[in-house]
Design a protein around this ligand. Structure first.
Ligand code: 6GU
Length: 229
């Protein structure tokens, strides 16, 4: 999978994909992340990419021209499955969207800044608008990092059995069960007996039960398919 990220702050995204699972995904050739500084593609002087909004009001808007130039430059090289705009008024991001995206070949992610981007870019180029939650970030970069990380780990071949996404919270619509490691007795706080029983059937049943319990307590809406509780 190839992800092209359009940003005015590429520095913000230089580190997130160079560690741990993302690093491995790239090393295995399963994930490519390309950062593009929008300022390098503006036809305006001094790297201008934003301007005052028509109709007045505080806050700058990202101009359509630099975005269109860069998107079309990328589209000349390959066909993109999605052009995603990161914005707080986008569709709320969840594991289902992450799964869907992980099966795409080429994706562009546009990081919004200031008041957002000229609406004509949304109308004529953008195919998908994503928000990562009901709070406002100063730019789309950190949100884009969240999306790339969650998608990257789902690309077939990235995770091995040990780190398998099958047991993640949300993957089966439920929260993950509690986990324990050595020592079996820490300050008198003991690991649940079943986990050291050596009976895989009992362990599976216990984990399922704990998942259900946790989900019912913390996110009851998940059990009713009502993700937006
Ligand atoms: Cl995608 N962008 C910004 N600026 N703020 C957000 C967001 C995105 N998702 C939640 N808050």
């Amino acid at each position: 999978m190839r992800i092209d990220i359009i940003t005015v702050l590429p520095e913000l995204l230089e580190s997130p994909f160079n560690h741990s699972i993302m690093k491995r995904a790239k090393a295995k050739g399963l994930l490519e992340v390309h950062l593009h500084n929008l300022r390098d593609h503006t036809p305006y002087k001094q790297g201008q990419v934003d301007d005052y909004q028509f109709g007045g009001g505080a806050g700058m808007v990202m101009m359509p021209e630099p975005l269109a130039i860069l998107i079309e430059l990328l589209q000349k090289e390959r066909r993109y499955d999605e052009i995603i705009f990161m914005t707080p008024d986008g569709k709320l991001y969840d594991q289902k969207t992450s799964n869907t995206l992980s099966l795409k070949e080429n994706v562009i992610i546009i990081c919004g800044h200031y008041k957002g981007i000229d609406d004509r870019i949304r109308q004529h180029f953008v195919t998908m608008e994503i928000s990562i939650g009901d709070y406002v970030l100063s730019g789309g970069e950190l949100a884009a990092a969240v999306v790339v990380d969650s998608v990257g780990r789902l690309i077939p071949g990235v995770l091995n059995d040990e780190t398998s996404a099958l047991f993640d919270s949300f993957q089966d619509g439920m929260l993950a069960p509690p986990v324990y490691t050595r020592p079996a007795d820490f300050r008198g706080w003991k690991v649940p007996e079943i986990l050291i029983s050596g009976d895989p059937k009992k362990v599976d049943a216990w984990r399922h039960e704990e998942s259900l319990k946790r989900t019912a307590e913390r996110r009851p809406g998940l059990l009713n398919d009502d993700v937006q509780e």
